[in-house]
Design a protein around this ligand. Structure first.
Ligand code: SF4
Length: 603
């Protein structure tokens, strides 16, 4: 790796400061030649951290670009590392330095706003979150769920959505009152205290606090009934039933009731997408996506920065699920716990329901990232990723994948599907019926690969950039042997084993694991699944044909050759049963037709 380019020779101030760095915790601010702030970082020991930028050879591309521009460094010493972390966050929030990870919301998703500070709160959908004393719920994803939710707030709790001043001077309420969607505080049909009770219930609903809300509605219902306010009691009863039904319909995402945020990521071509799922009391109440530029891999350092940025603005949950342990994890936990006021846990789940939640977040991140790319650009980026992962000498524009299918050694077939520039190239698909019916996947794979490439070689056709085999090491070796016998050992080869989705390459028994969220793995899986589909379709067709033939050869005096002719002429045994005598004679001759007719006659 080339030495890192620095300005140490050109900037005496930088050189002097680097020679005299404190060994205390604190923040460092890098500036360029014009004095512009480039980056803010925090360190437990400023000397070690700052020096590492100028001494390490193995820096990623983004950090190398940063170091090449650093002209000066400013230091702020702190008492503790936690103090440094808080200061770092404040500085980043204030100055938005270009080399720090700054979260870009993929889109401004809507929130439901409840204007809590007002005497008569109103509820509506907004995309702007302000520190105005209102309560914001969301973000909602997709956006339509925000509108559906606020509709329920009007329906269940009759909260207003109008902007009018409630001063008791209005003579008439609007249509919402007639439609039972607002209790009309504008004409004083409800006093402030009673209206705020409605608003409290709406708040519990929006917070997803089912049990608390139910208890409140029940208590209010009985209180009204005891006071003989039967209309009011009936209103509470209806709200209770509707709310209960609504919560029941909401699929519980988790049995774990801790407020939890789940972070899944996908990285493609230097761009990362982080998908955050928000679970409150076991229900998924929102999602958010952030886009990050200049990210080579989503590691602990990137996650730590994302968490700092997110919780500098949003309240911290009790639990955070992530794919990797964040850098300085204990420090982050202490900071988040301080913000929340109770302990915050950061977990990297390995099994169970939490892994499923993580997979859901990762899948969403991947899909969001794919949406960002033009299809052609996306395929190119994924192919580049595959090239880098397998260490291929050139871009695998044309991929061929083999699979074997059989039923207990019968109707053994192989498929070869072709993907050009990441999309199926169906005209080039080929299928093979194996010469030996045997339950030996390795021998069958050898035969399929041999037949495919022998023909291409004989005909002078262009070979694929990568041959992919469905299977593990055994299948890979069989294909490798076939290529070797053909003198085509230079063809790039890999196999993808099911279940664990491990990738094997010739010359090593070591398995490579591609992250599940990676679009590269998704491409390999798509090709493998297509090969599987194509093979099994052919296998089933052959099996159906054999079954039919067997039925027809049950006819006394009809052998396999005649059964085949009958099938060719009529297509199925059922049609043979219904065929006219003339048609039968035409297909198989008089003698055989007579045998079929005798078989059809009721005994
Ligand atoms: S009924 Fe009155 S308070 Fe309610 S939405 Fe209409 S105008 Fe506003």
């Amino acid at each position: 790796m080339a030495a890192v380019r620095t300005n140490l020779d050109k900037s005496p101030a930088l050189k002097r400061k680097l020679a005299d760095l404190p060994t205390r915790p604190g923040c460092y601010l890098y500036r360029d030649e014009g004095g512009n702030l480039l980056y803010v970082g925090k360190a437990k020991v400023l000397r070690n951290r700052v020096k590492s930028y100028f001494q390490q050879k193995r820096l990623d591309a983004k950090t190398r670009r940063l170091v090449a521009r650093i002209w000066d460094v400013e230091l702020i010493v702190c008492e503790t590392e936690l103090e440094a972390l808080i200061l770092e966050n404040n500085l980043i929030k204030e100055h938005l330095p270009p080399f720090n990870i700054l979260l870009r919301d993929d889109k401004s998703y809507p929130y439901v706003k409840l204007t809590w500070k007002e005497a008569f709160p109103k509820a509506y959908v907004t995309r702007k979150v302000r520190k105005d004393g209102s309560l914001y719920f969301g973000p909602f994803f997709p956006a339509s769920t925000a509108y559906r939710t606020v509709e329920l707030v009007y329906r269940f709790f009759q909260i207003r959505d109008c902007d009018i001043e409630i001063d008791g001077k209005r003579g008439r309420a609007c249509m919402k009152y007639q439609l039972h969607r607002c209790t009309a505080p504008c004409i004083a049909t409800v006093d402030q205290q009673a209206y705020r009770e409605q608003a409290k219930e709406a708040r519990l609903f929006l917070e997803g606090k089912r049990d608390e809300l139910k208890a409140r509605l029940e208590a209010a219902m009985w209180k009204a009934a005891e006071a003989a306010a039967f209309e009011q009691a009936a209103q509470h009863r209806d709200a209770l039933q509707q709310v209960d039904a609504w919560f029941t319909r909401q699929k519980a995402a988790s049995a774990d009731l801790d407020d939890t945020d789940v972070y899944g990521s996908a990285v493609l071509d230097g761009q990362a997408c982080v998908h955050r799922l928000l679970l409150r009391e076991g229900r998924m109440v929102g999602r958010q996506e952030y886009l990050l530029d200049d990210v080579e891999a989503f590691d602990g350092a990137v996650l730590a920065q994302v968490l700092q940025r997110v919780y500098s603005a949003d309240p911290a949950p009790a639990k955070i699920l992530a794919e990797v342990e964040p850098e300085d994890g204990d420090l982050l936990r202490a900071w988040l716990s301080g913000l929340r006021g109770t302990k915050v846990r950061i977990l990297t789940p390995q099994k169970g329901e939490k892994v499923d939640l993580l997979a859901m977040a990762q899948e969403n991140a991947r899909l969001a990232l794919e949406r960002k790319f033009e299809p052609a650009r996306l395929n190119e980026a994924v192919l580049e990723g595959l090239q880098a992962f397998l260490g291929l000498s050139h871009l695998p524009r044309r991929l061929e994948c083999f699979d074997i299918s059989h039923g207990q050694g019968r109707e053994v077939v192989a498929s070869c599907v072709v993907f050009s520039d990441g999309v199926p190239d169906k005209a080039r698909y080929r299928r093979f019926k194996m010469t030996n019916e045997q339950n030996d996947d390795f021998a069958n794979m050898h035969e399929a690969v041999m037949r495919r490439y022998k023909r291409m070689k004989d005909e002078g056709q262009a070979f694929p950039d990568l041959v992919l085999i469905d299977g593990g090491l055994g299948q890979l070796h069989a294909a490798e042997q076939a290529l070797k016998e053909l003198g085509l050992e230079h063809l790039e080869l890999a196999s993808l084993a099911k279940k664990e989705e491990l990738v094997f390459r010739p010359g090593s028994s070591e398995a490579h694991r591609i992250p599940k969220s990676s679009p590269v793995l998704q491409l390999l899986q798509r090709i493998r699944d297509e090969a599987h589909r194509f093979a099994i379709t052919y296998h089933r067709a052959l099996r159906a044909k054999r079954t039919l033939q067997t039925e027809l050869t049950q006819i006394p005096g009809i052998g396999p050759a005649t059964a085949k002719k009958l099938l060719q002429a009529f297509g199925s045994a059922a049609r043979v049963r219904e065929a006219e005598e003339t048609g039968l004679v035409e297909a198989v001759g008089k003698a055989s037709a007579a045998k079929v007719l005798a078989w059809r006659r009721p005994s």
